[in-house]
Design a protein around this ligand. Sequence first.
Ligand code: WQD
Length: 376
Amino acid sequence: MTKVLLTGGAGFIGSHTGLALLQTGHQVVVVDDFSNGNAEAVRRVAELAGLGPWGQAAADHWAEAGPGGSRLHLIQGDVRSPQDLDRAFAVSGGGIGAVLHFAGLKAVGESMTQPLRYWDVNVTGTVRLLEAMVRHGCQTLVFSSSATLYGTTDTVPIPETAPLQPINPYGYTKAAVERMLTDVAASAPGWRIALLRYFNPVGAHPSGRIGEDPNGLPNNLFPFLCQVAGGRRQRLDVFGGDWPTGDGTGVRDYLHVMDLAEGHGRALDVLLAEPPQLLTLNLGSGQGHSVLELVRAFETTNGLTLPYAVVGRRPGDSAVSVADPRQAERRMGWRTRRSLADICRDGWAWQSANPQGYRSNEWHPTGELIGAQQVS
Ligand code: WQD
């Protein structure tokens, strides 16, 4: 059992990973500024993990103290703040053995109009985190990277050795952080670092209690499609019907978010069990599906009809992006296990039970929340 710090652990990937880690016996500390995450998601993770009610505050607003023995702590904080990071590392006596770094901005389109914000949060935030890790003697890190850094490559499926040629500020920040972590790993003995390059994480926990809840208009296909199905959006616009693919629509490698969460647990196990190393792995299914194939699968799985129209291409898009996932299987015995139908079923379970996402019942434990106890 290791005490792990999840930056951005109140977000989509972070909350699902936090649940997977709790279920495999780890102790979890979440630090999140709630700019794109939600405290309610963490409260529900505690519920799904079978933890008891949240402990009482020991100190100030969202203080970190928490009763001894809590398995899950939530700290409101910004990764760019050394003070917030020190509070998170010091939670219930400290002893953080590893960090999973999810905190970051990830909307391609937004990064084109707000590049400085992306460089500040994604890159400066990681510098501050690494400085805090050194201060607190922690050298084990799993980084949430992205297939976006491959850019428009002709190599399909894409291996980890493909050239990094990002085409937007978001992708450039991910490539910059990977470079930074490579330099850090080479600078001193003892660093254990995994760079996990996600393809397209989608779906939700099968309980329907946690899922993807983007702020405002969803940038990505799957959450938009779910909101169309739920009547929150009128129609899905399919960006381009003239791509060089089977049916002319874009092809991507969709993986279930719980497969992705479990992949983080496996990467952590490998880092802790093996000598210090820098591990770079694609996390994807290795299978491509077009937009229209995903629409059809969603309709068939859930017995509904999705209104859509094929419109012009979206700037910055590529025709095909599919992982070569063999290295992840070879190095950590991980591969996706859930199907496209599982993705569609679980995504709809989340959307239909939470039409307004977490906003339907926000949780603001000001001054009350601290740590959730193991029930027994
Ligand atoms: C998928 C396909 C679109 C929306 C994203 C992010 C990045 C990364 C991977 C983590 C494409 C089409 C989309 C819509 C559509 N994740 N589409 N109508 O661009 O592959 O990458 O996930 O790092 O965050 O860039 O995902 O879901 O936006 O697009 O037709 O309303 O769906 O053209 O072919 P993308 P996406």
